[in-house]
Write a protein that binds this ligand. Structure first.
Ligand code: HEC
Length: 140
């Protein structure tokens, strides 16, 4: 009985810590080390990235909140089209470079992803913010 009580306490504390980190709850994969939040991913950046992504050009191809759409893959399901492994650094680099037509894996998507958000022409801080937002979509 005592062991059970101690275990529940550990669980409660662990849950409280997770919410304190600003996560929106979520399923929790248990892969804590892999999912450790990169230092660049701050609440302020995620908020800025959210507004750039969902009010700007990204949602046109990737759908509202990155759920996916005809011209762009979902970014919230932690499956990646081999362009990145989903790490923060790779996501950021891919937003800088964009995806030229010849590098698109799924060829039913006809349109290249522009470098730095194409017409959005994101500066470095905005790119870090959008990358932070995209990272949280699959790590919360
Ligand atoms: C014109 C359509 C279009 C726009 C606009 C666009 N993307 Fe993309 N994005 C794509 C395509 C196409 C791919 C590659 C999919 C493939 O290879 O099949 C891609 C891939 C990605 C990937 C890599 C996904 C993976 O599985 O590795 C990320 C991350 C990404 N986009 C983020 C963004 C962000 C952030 C923005 C806004 C700054 C954006 N995209 C704007 C079309 C677009």
């Amino acid at each position: 009985m005592r062991t059970l009580a101690a275990l529940s306490l550990v669980l409660v504390v662990a849950t409280a810590c997770r919410s304190a980190q600003g996560g929106a709850g979520g399923a929790g994969s248990g892969a804590a080390a892999r999912n450790a939040t990169p230092a660049e991913v701050t609440p302020a950046r995620v908020a800025l990235g959210d507004s750039l992504f969902n009010n700007g050009g990204c949602m046109r191809c990737h759908g509202q909140k990155g759920v996916g759409a005809q011209n762009g893959p979902a970014l919230n399901d932690n499956t990646w089209d081999q362009l990145t492994t989903g790490s923060f650094e790779e996501i950021r680099a891919l937003i800088v470079s964009g995806v030229p037509k010849e590098k698109i894996k799924v060829t039913t998507r006809p349109n290249a992803m522009g470098a730095r958000g194409g017409r959005m022409n994101l500066n470095d801080e905005q790119i870090t913010a959008v990358a932070a937002y995209v990272w949280t979509l699959s790590h919360q």
